[in-house]
Write a protein that binds this ligand. Structure first.
Ligand SMILES: Nc1ncnc2c1ncn2[C@@H]1O[C@H](COP(=O)(O)OP(=O)(O)OP(=O)(O)O)[C@@H](O)[C@H]1O
Length: 572
């Protein structure tokens, strides 16, 4: 069972000695607390009352006893609570680490906000469950068991009558909780969808405002909030109904017992002080029973979030093997490659040989699968058929980690993370980049001047959408980030797309210098880039190879290539 798996994780990460100490203290506190009604009952005994009032030490002892019960209880809840939050902290890190290592292919089916909600919102439910619900449930069971024991010592027959309530309560709790679990599931999914939408929309706030999307956004979000509220209403409705029913049943039952016990007192089978103690124990059970019924609701909620958390842990991770491997050259050989994201093939029997150390431009209609080729080479997706070789190494035999140490990829979008410029440039590289290399790259990409003009220089902060920098500047920082570490293979996805022609010429020269003698694949939409490449790979719309060759050769033999060139000329 999935919930059990989360329990195993919790137990694994729990500081067991501290938790056990907390729990034992809590047992002691609860058991001592069980004696309180006995003491109060005795206080109602006139003889005992006269005795105790003449003995101040006994009275002080009793007060001390009451205080110690509460101190023990407070210490135990502190110990159990801190243990729970430490265990949760470890689980959070464990799940986040798993998510980071999960393959792109698996993560494609999840919304980022939903994942964030699992790690935050769902986790806080788990924390409440470990630190409050479980200890309370256990203590409540102990209080109930202890109370039943004392009730038996006072009147076995009356106690047996009182216990009739247990199966009645179970008949109410079990079916209502099954219903609640599914509502909690829907609720958590709704929270995930909403946080996903909010984070996505606020990253693209300019686009939303430019299209005056505020009203439709508010309407759509309003519907999502309404669905969440409707679901929450069901949760509140059913749990209130359950709690009210249980509390009323309990009260009714106690009154019934009181009437029956009153008869016993009248017959002289029970003393008044025993009756009072009996009633005190009975009433002492009301809160634990209500807590257990509420706890049952919380168990449903916990089961629902456990499923969501464990689902994440089941996603397949990338292989992180970093063993060294021999590479004679960096030629890329793709043979009979077929690939589909869903059902339809995007790449169709694609075969091409890219010589080591050469620059190849990839051209083809939109949607032909140019970026998909890069995704396969980066091992973002691994379910392709056919063979891809780098040097003599079959790509399938290399781990994603090994591949990504060899290939540098500059994507189409100019994403910069929240942080400083330096943090962005050194992202994922730890301390492996020397200051000289950093300065050299910045100089070549004409970024040094820009950085010098900033008040905090390279330590200037940028927001996660890169606010404060132009698209062209963001693009250059992206390029700099990729070239800080020397790799034998570079994949460039339209990297000069947002540059003006003057900057493009500077950046292209810098890229030529950085990639000299290395294998470079460029998805190209500019005539210059295409002409300067050693070879051009022309793709058909269906993701198969139309042609491969030098620019001159292709202009003489490929109608698709010539058509593509004339389209580019017209566009410029
Ligand atoms: N993660 C994905 N899941 C499902 N389909 C995808 C995914 N990524 C791309 N596709 C689809 O695969 C096809 C090829 O996309 P790809 O981005 O590789 O084409 P492209 O040739 O680079 O196009 P463009 O020049 O427009 O960028 C497109 O139909 C696209 O909708």
């Amino acid at each position: 069972m999935i919930t059990n798996q989360l329990f195993k994780l919790l137990i694994n990460f729990l500081n067991k000695p501290k938790f056990i100490l907390g729990f034992v203290l809590s047992l002691i506190g609860t058991n001592l607390g069980l004696l309180l009604p006995q003491l109060i009952g005795r206080l109602l005994d006139v003889k005992f009352l006269t005795e105790i009032s003449s003995q101040p030490n006994l009275l002080a002892g009793m007060v001390l006893f009451f205080i110690s019960v509460y101190v023990i209880r407070a210490t135990s809840s502190y110990l159990v609570g801190t243990c729970g939050s430490q265990a949760l902290n470890k689980i959070q890190k464990y799940i986040y680490d798993h998510l980071l290592k999960t393959s792109v292919q698996e993560l494609d089916t999840y919304q980022s906000g939903d994942l964030a909600s699992r790690l935050t919102n769902d986790m806080s439910i788990v924390l409440n469950f470990i630190t409050a619900v479980i200890p309370n449930l256990l203590l409540n069971f102990i209080i109930i068991a202890g109370s039943i024991y004392f009730l038996f010592t006072i009147s076995p027959s009356m106690t047996l009558i009182s216990l009739v309530i247990v199966p009645v309560l179970l008949l109410i709790i079990v079916p209502i909780n099954a219903r609640l679990e599914s509502y909690y599931n829907n609720y958590q999914t709704g929270v995930g969808e909403i946080s996903s939408r909010i984070s996505h929309k606020f990253v693209h706030i300019r686009l939303m405002k430019a299209f005056r999307g505020e009203r439709s956004e508010a309407r759509e979000m309003g519907k999502s909030f309404d669905r969440l509220t409707a679901n929450y209403k069901k949760i509140i409705g059913w749990s209130s109904f359950q709690n009210t029913l249980i509390s009323s049943l309990m009260m009714g039952f106690i009154i019934l017992i009181l009437v029956l016990a009153g008869g016993e007192v009248a017959k002289g089978a029970m003393t008044m002080s025993s009756l009072m103690t009996f009633v005190l124990y009975l009433t002492q059970m009301i809160d634990p029973i209500s807590d257990i019924s509420e706890g049952a609701t919380e168990i449903s909620e916990f089961k629902s979030v456990s499923n969501r958390l464990m689902e994440v842990l089941k996603l397949a991770k990338d292989d992180y093997c970093e063993d060294k491997f021999g590479l004679e050259n960096t030629a890329i050989n793709m043979s009979g490659v077929n690939f589909a994201y869903d059902t339809d093939n995007i790449l169709n029997n694609l075969s091409v040989q890219i010589p080591s150390g050469k620059h190849v431009a990839i051209v083809g209609p939109s949607g032909a699968g140019k970026s998909t080729i890069f995704s396969l080479l980066m091992k973002f997706y691994q379910d392709y058929q056919g063979s891809i070789q780098i040097g003599q190494q079959e790509l399938k035999n290399l781990s994603p980690s090994q591949v990504r140490q060899m290939i540098s990829y500059i994507p189409q979008d100019n994403t910069l993370f929240h942080g400083t410029i330096r943090e962005n440039l050194l992202y994922g590289k730890n301390s492996s980049v020397s200051e000289e290399r950093l300065q050299e790259i910045l100089e070549q990409l004409d970024l040094s001047r820009l950085i010098d003009e900033l008040e905090k220089g390279i330590d200037t902060g940028i927001s996660d959408s890169g606010t404060g920098l132009s698209e062209e500047q963001k693009q250059r920082f992206n390029i700099a980030r990729a070239f800080l570490v020397d790799h034998p293979i570079y994949l460039l996805d339209e990297v000069t797309a947002s540059l003006d022609s003057v900057t493009e010429s500077i950046i292209s020269k810098a890229i030529d210098k950085f990639t000299a003698g290395k294998t470079r694949l460029t998805i190209a939409h500019r005539l210059n880039t295409i002409r300067e490449a050693d070879y051009i790979l022309v793709l058909n719309k269906n993701g198969s190879v139309s042609d491969f060759g030098e620019h001159q050769q292709l202009t003489q033999r490929s109608s698709l290539y010539n058509h593509f060139l004339s389209e580019l000329q017209e566009a410029s």
